[in-house]
Design a protein around this ligand. Structure first.
Ligand code: UT7
Length: 333
C-alpha cells in the first residue's frame, strides 16, 4: 500500500436462496382469524417461504454462500472468515457457520455466528469491514440465514403472518484503492432495556432443561408490535442520517436504499422522514415477509440481479431488530 491508497472492503459477490414452499396469505386465512386484505394493508406481505424439514439455517446459508462465491469467482479455499448471522442456529453449538465451513471445505476460514437477530447482517458486515480495512484478511463471507418458521407461534396472528425463511450472502474482498469504495462506513447500536419488545424467552442458560416440562410457546417469538413499530421508524431514520452525515453526503446522493424488510409501513415511514422517493427504495417484502438477518442480503442480491445497483452507486442499508439492535451501512458499489 502506498501513501495515496487505502484498504477498502468491497462486496464482490452476492447470492441468495429461499425454500420452494410458499405460504400465502390465503393459506393463513384457513389457519387463523386473519385476512389477506389485513395482512397486505398492514404489512405489505402477500406470501412467505417455509423451509422443509431438511432445510436448516446452515443448509439455506450454504446455498446462498455457494451462489455468492460463484458470483465473485472465488474458491471457498480462498475465504478467510465465514460469519453466519442468525437467530435460528442449527444447534446450540457448534456455530452454524462451522457447518457451512465444513460443507464448503473452506479449509482456512475462521467461522462463527453473530446473534443480533434482524440486525445481524449489518452487524456482520461491520465486523467484516474492520478485518478487511485493517489489512488482516482478504476475503470474508457474510451470510444471513434464518428458519423463522421454526420459532413462530402459528396460533399468534400478530406474529405468524410476518415471518419467513431464507438466506442471503455476500463475499467481501479487501482492495487497495485511492478513492474509498465498498463499505464506506457501518453504524451499529443496541438498547438492551428494550429486550422485551421482541424476544424468545426460552433458552438454556437461564433455566436449563431440568425444571420439568418444556412449554413450546416459550420457544416462539413474542412481540409487542406497536411499540416495536414506533422505535423502528425512529431508530432507522436516525441511523440513516448518521451514516450520511458521517460520510459528508446528502440524501440526494443515495442511488438505492435497501432497508430491512419488516413491514412496508415502516419502510414507507422511514423513507418519508428522510425524503427519499419510493423509486429509490428496494422492496421485496410482498414475496418473503420478514426473513430477519437474511432480509437485507436477499434484497441486495435481488436488487443487483434486477440491475437496480450498478458500479459507483451509493447504497444505503438500514435495519432494526430484537435486542433492541439497529444499524446502517453506506456502500459505494
Ligand atoms: O424485524 C423487526 C421486528 N418486527 C417489526 O418491526 C414489526 C413491527 N410491528 C408491526 O409490523 C405491526 O405492529 C404489526 C403488523 C405486527 C401489527 O400491526 P398494527 O397496525 O400495529 O396492529 P395492532 O397490533 O395495533 O393491532 C390492531 C388490530 C388489533 O385488533 P383490535 O385490538 O383493534 O380489535 C389486533 O388484534 O389488528 C388485530 N390484528 C389482526 N387482525 C387480523 C393483529 N394481527 C392481526 C391479523 N389479522 N394477522
Amino acid at each position: 500500500m502506498n501513501a495515496t491508497t487505502r484498504f477498502c472492503a468491497r462486496i464482490v459477490g452476492t447470492g441468495m436462496y429461499v425454500p420452494e414452499k410458499v405460504l400465502t396469505n390465503a393459506d393463513l386465512e384457513k389457519r387463523i382469524d386473519t385476512s389477506d386484505e389485513w395482512i397486505r394493508t398492514r404489512t405489505g406481505i402477500s406470501e412467505r417461504r417455509i423451509a422443509s424439514k431438511e432445510e436448516s439455517s446452515s443448509v439455506l446459508g450454504l446455498h446462498a454462500a455457494r451462489a455468492a462465491l460463484k458470483d465473485a469467482g472465488l474458491e471457498a479455499s480462498e475465504v478467510d472468515m465465514i460469519i453466519v448471522c442468525t437467530s435460528t442456529p442449527d444447534v446450540l453449538f457448534p456455530a452454524t457457520a462451522c457447518f457451512v465451513q465444513r460443507e464448503l471445505r473452506a479449509s482456512r476460514a475462521a467461522a462463527y455466528d453473530v446473534s443480533a437477530v434482524c440486525s445481524g447482517f449489518v452487524y456482520g458486515l461491520s465486523i467484516a469491514e474492520q478485518y478487511l480495512k485493517s489489512g488482516r484478511y482478504r476475503h470474508i463471507l457474510v451470510i444471513g440465514a434464518e428458519v423463522n418458521s421454526r420459532i413462530v407461534d402459528w396460533d399468534d396472528r400478530s406474529t405468524c403472518i410476518l415471518f419467513g425463511d431464507g438466506a442471503g450472502a455476500v463475499v467481501l474482498r479487501r482492495e487497495e484503492v485511492a478513492e474509498p469504495v465498498g463499505v464506506l462506513s457501518t453504524h451499529i447500536y443496541s438498547d438492551g432495556s428494550l429486550s422485551e419488545l421482541i424476544h424468545v424467552p426460552g433458552g438454556i442458560g437461564l433455566n436449563g432443561f431440568s425444571g420439568g416440562a418444556i412449554d413450546p410457546k416459550q420457544y416462539c417469538i413474542h412481540m409487542m408490535g406497536n411499540q416495536t413499530f414506533k422505535v423502528a421508524v425512529k431508530r432507522m431514520s436516525e441511523v440513516c442520517r448518521e451514516a450520511l452525515a458521517f460520510n459528508g453526503m446528502e440524501v440526494d446522493a443515495v442511488s438505492l436504499v435497501v432497508p430491512h424488510q419488516a413491514n412496508q409501513r415502516i419502510i414507507d415511514a422511514v423513507t418519508e422522514k428522510l425524503a427519499i422517493p419510493a423509486g429509490k427504495v428496494y422492496v421485496n417484502i410482498h414475496k418473503y415477509g420478514n426473513t430477519s438477518a437474511a432480509s437485507i442480503p436477499i434484497a441486495l442480491c435481488e436488487a443487483r440481479e434486477a440491475g437496480r445497483i450498478g458500479e459507483g452507486d451509493l447504497v444505503l442499508l438500514s435495519v432494526v431488530g430484537a435486542g433492541l439492535t439497529w444499524g446502517a451501512a453506506l456502500l459505494r458499489w
